[in-house]
Ligand binder design. Structure first.
Ligand SMILES: [Zn+2]
Ligand SMILES: [Zn+2]
Ligand SMILES: [Zn+2]
Length: 141
């Protein structure tokens, strides 16, 4: 199979993060780049193609990508953690996510930047802000 541009990009990202280009890492990064929206572990597994990585491999590979900050957890939906590439986020803030209450599709709102919330009480330290918006997408409205 010919290497896609996304696969080449995935290898570059891994090299920059000083991680070995394992087939699993390349597949997961490629799947997340192609999706452009947060995906659950099951969705990643289903889309990771002909190699059919098992659950344990997907889990371990995701953990290694989370460790170096290439991927991060976005939210939990129907008990499933959803992951995305960190390249559109800063250390302290992830862009807002819009989930359609009718079809369930989630969109990354990378063009919106919200002011960081201020801690309301003493002793609370805000490390990261993740905002989730709900409503109807253009197709369902
Ligand atoms: Zn993010
Ligand atoms: Zn919709
Ligand atoms: Zn996103």
């Amino acid at each position: 199979m010919a290497k896609s541009n996304l696969e080449i990009k995935a290898r570059e990202i891994l090299k920059a993060a000083k991680l070995y280009c394992t087939a699993g890492r390349v597949a997961i990064l490629t799947v997340l780049m192609k999706a452009g929206e947060p995906l659950s572990q099951n969705q990643i597994a289903r889309r990771s193609g002909e190699n059919h990585f098992d659950k344990v491999t997907i889990y371990r590979t995701l953990e290694s990508l989370l460790d170096v900050g290439l991927v991060h957890k976005v939210f939990i939906d129907k008990r499933a953690r959803h992951f995305e590439l960190s390249h559109n986020c800063t250390e302290s803030q992830c862009h807002p996510h819009f989930t359609c209450t009718s079809c369930g599709d989630t969109t990354c709102l990378t063009e919106i930047s919200l002011p960081m919330a201020k801690s309301p009480h003493k002793g609370f330290i805000i490390r990261r802000q993740q905002v989730r918006l709900e409503g109807l997408c253009p197709a369902c409205a």
